[in-house]
Design a protein around this ligand. Structure first.
Ligand code: SF4
Length: 472
C-alpha cells in the first residue's frame, strides 16, 4: 500500500506535491520521493524515511517543472531498500517516470519475462511496470497502458510523466486501489485520496473508472479512454482502516462508513447482552466506530488511551518486534477513565494479534474490571495480494484459531467481531473486494504465484528482522 500524487500545473508543482505527500503520509512511511519535469529534463529526490525527512527545503527548490509525481511507500514487495523508493525513471525510448499504488500478483512472472532485455535495479514491482510500459511505448501512452492491463494481474493505480506527452494516469480493471482526479483552474491533479484535493484547494472531477486511462498533455488538454473493460471491486479495508476519515473514496465517505461499522457492531454487542461502563477507541482509526457504537448502546464514550503522534503507524511497521516495542511507547492509558471499569475497547481489525495483545496488556495494567474487545472488521482469514501487508496465510491469527481461542490469546472477557453481513450492510453489498474476509478474490490467483509471494515474504521478514536487530 502506498500513496501517490501527480500534478500538471501552470507553475512549479514541487511544493504542492510535497504538501500532498504530507497528507498521504499515513499510507506509507518507509520511503518518499518526488520527480518533476520542466519540458527539458527530469529532477528527482527520493529516499527512505518520512516525507519531511527526505524532501527538505533545499531539495524542493531543485525540483523544477510544471509536471510532477510523488510517492510514499509502504513495502509489500521488495526489501524496502533505498533502491526500491519511487518514483522510478527511465530514459529510453523517451523520459518516463512512474509511481504506483497497489501490488502486482504476477510480478515474478513479469520480471522473468523481461529477461536480459532490461536491467532492473530493484525488487519493486513498479520498476517492472515501468519497463514494460517503456518497451511498449511508441507515441501513445494509452496503447502502452493497454499492454500493462493485458499482462498484469493485481491492483494498480499508476501515474506516469512521459516527456513530450504529459501526465498519464490509469487504474486497474477492478479499481481496487483508490484514485481520484481533480482540477483547480488550469491545474490538474491525480491522487490516492480526496483529502489531498481538499487541502490543496482542488475540486473533484471524478474517481477513475475501472480500466480507465486519463492523459493531461503538456498543453493541459485532457483525454479519457477506457483501456480495458472492468467492474469495480474496491478494497473495503480502505474504509475500515487505511484511508483518512476525511476522504471520500469512489463516492463513499470513509468517516460515514466507520460510523456505520459502529452501528453494526452495536447490534452484536446488544445481541450478546454485553453492558460495559465505557466505550474506548484504540486511536485513531476506530474513533468514529466507537462513537457510533457508544451512541447506539447508550453508554458513555471516553478516551482511555492517548496516542503519541510522533510514533509511526504500527500496522505498517515491518516486524512483530518493531510493532511490540512501539505500542508500549505509542499508547498511554488514562488511568482515571479505565480503573475499576468494564471497558469495551474498539479496534479496526486483528491481523496477527500482536498489536492487540499488547494493547490489552496496557489497558489491563490500568486496573480495569473487565475488558471486552470489539472489532470493526470480521475475522481476517485470507491473505491480501493487492497491496495490504498481510500476504502469507501463516501470519493471520483468525486462519488457524477460532474466536474463543483468539479471545483467550488476547486475554479479554469477550471478543466481538463485526459479522460479514454487518460489514456488507455498513459499507455496501456490491462493488467491493472483501477477499481477506470471504476468500472471493477479484482476480484469478495461481497457486504458483501464492507460493512465490509467500516465499519472498518469508525472506523479506527475515531480512527486516536482521535489519531491526542492528538498531535495537
Ligand atoms: S483482500 Fe482485503 S485488504 Fe486486500 S484488497 Fe481485498 S479487501 Fe482489501
Amino acid at each position: 500500500m502506498c500513496g501517490i500524487i501527480g500534478i500538471k500545473g501552470n507553475d512549479e508543482v514541487a511544493k504542492e506535491l510535497f504538501v500532498g505527500l504530507m497528507a498521504l503520509q499515513h499510507r506509507g512511511q518507509n520511503s518518499a520521493g518526488i520527480n518533476t519535469y520542466d519540458g527539458e529534463r527530469f529532477y528527482s529526490k527520493k529516499g527512505n524515511g518520512l516525507v519531511s525527512h527526505v524532501l527538505t527545503g533545499n531539495s524542493l527548490k531543485r525540483l523544477r517543472g510544471t509536471i510532477g509525481i510523488g510517492h510514499v511507500r509502504y513495502p509489500t514487495i521488495g526489501r524496502g531498500d533505498e533502491e526500491d523508493a519511487q518514483p522510478f525513471l527511465t530514459t529510453s525510448p523517451v523520459g518516463i517516470s512512474v509511481v504506483h499504488n497497489g501490488n502486482i500478483v504476477n510480478y515474478f512472472e513479469l520480471r522473468r519475462s523481461l529477461g536480459e532485455k532490461r536491467y532492473l535495479n530493484s525488487f519493486c514491482d513498479t520498476e517492472v511496470i515501468l519497463n514494460i510500459f517503456a518497451d511498449n511505448f511508441t507515441n501513445d501512452p494509452f496503447e502502452a497502458g493497454r499492454v500493462i492491463m493485458d499482462k498484469t494481474n493485481g491492483a494498480y493505480s499508476i501515474l506516469a510523466v512521459v516527456s513530450g506527452v504529459g501526465l498519464f494516469a490509469f487504474r486497474d480493471p477492478n479499481a481496487i486501489r483508490p484514485f481520484v482526479f481533480g482540477r483547480k483552474g488550469e491545474n490538474y491533479i491525480f491522487t490516492s485520496e480526496s483529502v489531498v484535493l481538499q487541502i490543496l484547494g482542488y475540486n473533484i472531477i471524478k474517481d477513475l473508472a475501472p480500466g480507465e486511462g486519463i492523459l493531461v498533455d503538456e498543453n493541459g488538454r485532457v483525454t479519457q479512454k477506457m483501456l480495458k473493460k472492468g467492474s469495480p471491486r474496491h478494497c473495503i479495508f480502505e474504509y475500515i482502516y487505511f484511508a483518512r476519515p476525511e476522504s471520500v473514496l469512489d463516492g463513499l465517505s470513509v468517516y460515514k462508513a466507520r460510523l456505520s461499522l459502529g452501528k453494526g457492531l452495536a447490534k452484536e454487542v446488544k445481541r450478546r447482552g454485553i453492558r460495559p461502563d465505557v466505550v474506548v477507541p484504540i486511536p485513531d482509526t476506530s474513533r468514529p466506530t466507537a462513537i457510533a457504537l457508544a451512541e447506539e448502546i447508550g453508554v458513555p464514550y471516553r478516551e482511555g488511551l492517548i496516542k503519541n503522534r510522533y510514533i509511526l503507524r504500527t500496522f505498517i511497521m515491518s516486524t512483530d518486534d518493531e510493532r511490540m516495542r512501539h505500542i508500549k511507547y505509542k499508547l498511554n492509558p488514562l488511568i482515571d477513565e479505565l480503573k475499576g471499569k468494564k471497558v469495551l475497547l474498539v479496534d479496526d481489525s486483528i491481523v496477527r494479534g500482536t498489536t492487540s495483545r499488547q494493547i490489552v496488556r496496557v489497558v489491563k495494567n490500568a486496573g480495569t474490571k473487565e475488558i471486552y474487545f470489539a472489532i470493526s472488521a470480521p475475522p481476517i482469514r485470507n491473505p491480501c495480494y493487492y497491496g495490504i501487508d498481510m500476504q502469507t496465510r501463516s501470519e493471520l491469527i483468525a486462519r488457524e484459531k477460532n474466536e474463543d481461542e483468539i479471545r483467550d490469546i488476547l486475554k479479554v472477557d469477550a471478543l466481538i467481531y463485526q459479522t460479514l453481513d454487518g460489514l456488507k450492510e455498513a459499507i455496501g453489498k456490491e462493488n467491493f473486494c472483501r477477499a481477506c474476509f470471504d476468500g472471493d478474490y477479484p482476480t484469478k490467483i495461481k497457486g504458483k504465484e501464492i507460493l512465490e509471494i509467500e516465499e519472498k515474504r518469508k525472506r523479506l521478514t527475515q531480512t527486516r528482522k536482521v535489519g531491526a536487530g542492528l538498531f535495537m
